[in-house]
Design a protein. Structure first.
Length: 83
């Protein structure tokens, strides 16, 4: 799974919200897929756990010290600076 570098993105979000945003909306990549077939040695489950833990660490670093943040995974991209 390839995700953007959260510390850099986190800094950009903080810079853009320097006037104090009430809430920040961030579009997410899809979460890791479920494993449908497991090998007898359990390797698939361990691999999935590692991917899921990485995904959660990325989200934590992405949102660290931000104003309230809503993380959204949608079907279409929307860019707006005003509501």
């Amino acid at each position: 799974m390839t995700l953007v570098r959260p510390p850099w993105v986190n800094c950009v979000i903080k810079d853009r919200c320097h006037e104090g945003a009430a809430v920040t909306f961030i579009q997410l990549p899809p979460p890791p897929p479920k494993v449908t077939e497991r090998r007898p040695d359990g390797a698939d489950a361990r691999d999935l756990n590692a991917v899921c833990e990485h995904y959660m660490r990325v989200l934590d670093r992405l949102t660290r010290d931000l104003t309230p943040t809503i993380l959204v995974h949608g079907l279409k991209s929307v860019t707006s600076t005003t509501l």
